[in-house]
Design a protein around this ligand. Structure first.
Ligand SMILES: CC(C)(COP(=O)(O)OP(=O)(O)OC[C@H]1O[C@@H](n2cnc3c(N)ncnc32)[C@H](O)[C@@H]1O)[C@@H](O)C(=O)NCCC(=O)NCCS
Ligand SMILES: Nc1ncnc2c1ncn2[C@@H]1O[C@H](COP(=O)(O)OP(=O)(O)OP(=O)(O)O)[C@@H](O)[C@H]1O
Length: 198
């Protein structure tokens, strides 16, 4: 079985996906793949430097993520341009990893953690979609804290994505992550029990 795991920025996808791993799932992590496809020497990084300028590279040749983030979270046109360069490769790698895991161990749960799951239409490929939800005020506070962002910067990042309310409406299953981690773990266990996976 495979499931998609999504939510808003800083709603707790990584926290929840680690709980699924703890209970035996295998994880396909889109953010991790997104980092791998821009390693020095990759065609994707070369295209980013062409489109956004070589000042987006640090002296050691790696991507200046902070700087590129400042550009793309400000401006939807720039964001689309980056997505057009990165998403086809990220998507291909995610699908191939997911298929490989399913082939290797057909009975084991595969969790596919993708921030932009609905935005990119990947939900079509997954059996069920679990949304990690927190109320807007909690999301804003956790994002500011974790990434040391100002109010304005955090709002821009949140608004670069489909609203968490809309994701919640589309979800097959919702995990509420606004209480403590023990409560979140209880809900992960409940999901696994319901699906006969625990
Ligand atoms: C702009 C980049 C370099 C900023 O890197 P940084 O290390 O600061 O952030 P990180 O990659 O850890 O992303 C943090 C979160 O930002 C959000 N986010 C990232 N890219 C986007 C985007 N294009 N649109 C909306 N939200 C996004 C996601 O919720 C993600 O979990 C990076 O996010 C990136 O390469 N984005 C394009 C690839 C992409 O779309 N990734 C999202 C998952 S497929
Ligand atoms: N139940 C919780 N109680 C308190 N803090 C939490 C809880 N769950 C997550 N956090 C904290 O909130 C922040 C966001 O969580 P996490 O990194 O798991 O979110 P994410 O959805 O994976 O983020 P991103 O979209 O940026 O990848 C982190 O600092 C994490 O430690």
């Amino acid at each position: 079985m495979n499931i998609g795991l999504t939510g808003g920025i800083a709603s707790g996808k990584s926290t929840v996906s680690q709980l699924f791993v703890h209970y035996g799932a295998r994880l396909v992590d889109a953010d991790r793949i997104a980092r791998e496809v821009v390693l020095p020497g990759s065609a994707v990084l070369e295209q980013i430097a062409e489109r956004f300028g070589s000042e987006m590279l640090l002296p050691d040749g790696t991507l200046d993520r902070k700087r590129l983030g400042q550009v793309i979270f400000q401006d939807p046109v720039e964001r689309r341009a980056l997505e057009q360069i990165t998403h086809p490769t990220i998507r291909k790698q995610m699908i191939s990893q997911m298929q490989q895991y399913e082939l290797e161990e057909p009975k084991r749960l595969v969790v596919v953690d993708v921030p932009l799951l609905y935005e990119s239409g990947l939900d079509e490929l997954l059996q069920e979609v679990v949304v990690v939800y927190v109320p807007p005020a909690v999301q804003l506070e956790r994002l500011k804290q974790r990434d040391q962002l100002t109010d304005e910067e955090a709002h821009k990042r949140i608004h670069a994505q489909m609203s968490l309310e809309e994701k919640r409406e589309r979800a097959d299953w919702i995990i509420y992550n606004d209480k403590d981690r023990t409560e979140t773990e209880r809900q992960v266990r409940l999901f696994l029990q319901e699906k006969g996976l625990l």
